[in-house]
Ligand binder design. Structure first.
Ligand code: CP
Ligand code: NVA
Length: 322
């Protein structure tokens, strides 16, 4: 009897993404879906893409600390046949941001920037002819949300109609998650203490996206209401980078929002636990929940690599000046 080898995993073509990835708004719904498909393909068959960024150098600019973002972008650039240069420090301190952009575009093929202010990302993009990727700002963390959507697809299969609840500060990670969920048909509830709600403008934009997909996007201060029916529960640090001086005050205000076993029991049976990391055990969540079988935190971290490869490949195709 003859045996046949298994069919090869289909290798997704690289779609075009023009311009920049300043925030989640820079990807349309179809570009977002294409990016998730490409991330899955890159993960399944990395060898098919290992010359795709041949000879291209990526500038990595970090105004804030990083483990996952920095390492995954460095590994991604190398595994795609390119390389990266790391700069750690203020962007726009020694010289205007517009001058930084117009230097880097002459030497490198892409700029990845982690900044305090979204304005810095926007200004880099306004002055750079090479693509700029937001690696976290005060308002958005699009690379994190892409990886999280890849992770949810792996665990849930189809995303549409599922519910993700975010518990914590309604800032960068929550904003990017709600914008992606809205466009992918995932219901999203942001559960925050009063005064820490998501930006009204970003929430309204997500609700507009959701009107096309049927997702329900909302914000509440009630843990019980927000967690009812949630298929995944996500949290993040209470004091983001740059807000460390507010940590004690926030610890008091956020205390009843800790994602512990009791809170997890308010979600749907089998709900996943998610965290962008780094986590502060026994603050926003507990060691017990992080180490529990429903925790997918290291899948999320792994998928940063694959999602960012996909994003870089699409931007490189859309901005092919080399
Ligand atoms: N989640 C995330 O962005 O991690 P780093 O801050 O370590 O990059
Ligand atoms: N909200 C956090 C996310 C860290 C990945 C921060 O901005 O520090």
């Amino acid at each position: 009897m003859s045996t046949h080898p298994p069919p090869p995993v289909p290798v997704a073509p690289i779609p075009v993404l023009s311009g920049h990835a300043r925030s989640d708004f820079d990807l349309s719904e179809s570009e977002l879906r294409a990016c998730l498909d490409l991330a899955a393909s890159v993960k399944a068959t990395p060898g098919a893409y290992n010359r795709a960024l041949d000879g291209r150098i990526v500038s990595l600019l970090f105004e804030k600390p990083s483990l996952r973002t920095r390492i995954t972008f460095e590994v991604a650039a190398k595994q795609l046949g390119g390389d990266s240069i790391l700069y750690i420090g203020p962007i726009g301190g020694r010289e205007p941001v517009k001058d930084v952009a117009r230097n880097l575009e002459r030497w490198t093929s892409m700029i990845v920037a982690r900044t305090f202010s979204q304005t810095t990302v926007d200004e880099l993009a306004a002055w750079s002819s090479t693509p700029v990727i937001n690696a976290l700002s005060d308002l958005y963390h699009p690379c994190q949300a892409l990886a999280d959507m890849v992770t949810l697809r792996e665990h849930w299969g189809a995303l549409e109609g599922r519910t993700l609840a975010f518990v914590g500060d309604g800032n960068n990670v929550a904003h990017s998650l709600m914008l992606d969920c809205a466009r992918l048909g995932v219901n999203f509830t942001c559960i925050t203490p009063p005064g820490y709600e998501p930006s009204p403008g970003i929430l309204a934009a997500a609700q507009r996206f959701a009107s096309a997909t049927g997702a329900v996007i909302g914000s509440t201060s009630s843990v019980e209401d927000g967690l009812a029916g949630a298929n995944a529960v996500y949290t993040d640090v209470w004091a983001s980078m740059g807000q460390e001086h507010e940590a004690a005050e926030r610890a008091r205000l956020f205390a009843s929002y800790q994602v512990n076993a009791e809170l997890m029991s308010m979600a749907a049976p089998g709900a996943l636990f998610m965290h962008c990391l780094p986590a502060h055990r026994e603050e926003e969540t507990t060691d017990e929940v992080m180490e529990s079988p429903v925790s997918v935190i290291f899948d999320q971290a792994e998928n940063r690599l694959h999602a960012q490869k996909a994003l870089m490949l699409m931007l490189a195709r859309g901005n092919n000046k080399d």
